[in-house]
Write a protein that binds this ligand. Structure first.
Ligand SMILES: *Cc1c(COP(=O)(O)O)cnc(C)c1O
Length: 363
């Protein structure tokens, strides 16, 4: 079976984990945690990084830090991974959905303004599948209406919007280091920001809301959202080779696009003029009537794939009428993530694309 994803681990990860274990600093303090926060923040061009136990908790912290809660509204694309939307619900705020752009698959800026009400506090932008969202018009709207901009960059480590790293273009950003993300710590996440006060608030909420001046004095309802030093050890090793990882991912994308772009019915993942895509998951769109059959065909041929996310407004907790977000619904029904792990070989890509061609020629 060719899997959709496999972490890209090497000697360094082992070496650092061993060092963490031998030092006995295996819990949520230690050298690797400090280094990973510092170096990752530096990599995404942020002043502060706050490591967490996963990318959902780091999103939750961004909302807590911004003091968003009951009665507030947060604008978010309906076409996203469910964690973006759930984090908004965790603080008691209401997710307000916006449709997607059919080309870059991210939130459509021109549809945001009509969703703003006096209760709106923030726009949560999600940079999906490695491709940045179009930030400039979003920043402009946010400024006009005095809204925070949260970036969910869980799928886009290192992606560039007009030359700037995503995650630090808005007010506050969040990354995930789950096993299949661009870099991984097993489970993990990080909040990044240039705002010292927001970073301190994230730290505070992440560590049970304990006062920095008085032991066991908890001045807010906090959480235990800490990352361990062992996880950070893996993260640091991963970060040290992120350039190589991204190079491999671009090469994989080129090899796929070269072989798939001329097949009628297939639309390959692209790259806007203003964007540098990191191709987290190489993805294609096919006619919805063919999608599941193609995935099944590939599975029969030992090739694992994933369908795109269901838009949140289709899922039971957030159910709204169908048809209000046509682009998101079409994307959700058309998309397939192909195997995209960094060590995927050109021969494997040849096999996968060969089977896709075969599928479309069978009929
Ligand atoms: C993976 C992901 C998250 C959540 O990250 P976890 O580390 O799995 O909690 C959030 N948003 C998006 C868009 C993601 O892809």
């Amino acid at each position: 079976m060719i899997p959709v994803y496999r972490p890209f681990l090497g000697k360094k990860e082992k070496e650092y984990v061993l060092e963490a274990v031998e030092s006995s600093w295996i819990s949520s303090k230690g050298k690797f945690l400090n280094l990973f926060e510092e170096k990752f923040a530096e990599y995404v061009e942020a002043k502060y990084g706050v490591a967490t136990c996963n990318g959902t908790t780091s999103l939750h912290l961004t909302l807590l830090a911004l003091d968003i809660g009951n009665g507030d509204e947060v604008i978010v694309p309906t076409f996203t991974y469910i964690a973006s939307v759930n984090a908004i619900s965790y603080v008691g705020a209401k997710p307000v959905f916006v449709d997607s752009n059919p080309d870059c698959w991210n939130i459509e800026p021109s549809l945001i303004e009509k969703k703003i009400t006096p209760k709106t506090r923030a726009i949560m932008v999600v940079h999906l599948y490695g491709h940045p969202a179009d930030m400039d018009p979003i920043l402009k709207i946010a400024e006009k209406h005095n809204l925070a901009v949260i970036e969910d960059a869980a799928e886009s480590h290192g992606a560039l919007y007009k030359g700037r790293k995503v995650g630090t273009i808005g007010t506050i950003g969040s990354f995930s280091f789950f096993g299949n993300k661009v870099i991984t710590t097993g489970e993990g996440g990080m909040v990044v920001t240039n705002d010292k006060e927001l970073a301190e608030r994230c730290d505070h909420f992440k560590g049970q809301g304990v006062s920095s001046k008085k032991t066991y004095w908890h001045d807010v309802i906090g959480y235990n959202y800490r990352m361990t030093n062992i996880e950070a050890a893996i993260g640091l090793a991963q970060l040290e080779k992120i350039k190589e990882t991204l190079k491999l991912k671009r090469k994989i994308a080129e090899e796929y696009t070269k072989r798939l772009k001329d097949i009628p019915g297939i639309k390959c993942q692209g790259e806007e003029k203003w964007a540098k895509n990191v191709f987290w998951m190489y993805s294609i769109l096919v006619p919805p009537s063919e999608r599941d059959a193609l995935m099944f065909y590939l599975k029969e041929n030992d090739i694992e794939t994933r369908p795109f996310f269901y838009p949140a407004h289709i899922l039971p907790p957030y159910k709204e009428k169908r048809g209000k977000y046509p682009n998101a619904e079409l994307l959700g029904a058309s998309g397939i993530n192909l195997p995209s792990f960094p060590e995927l070989t050109t021969e494997e890509i040849e096999t996968i694309t060969g089977k896709i061609k075969e599928f479309f020629q069978r009929k």
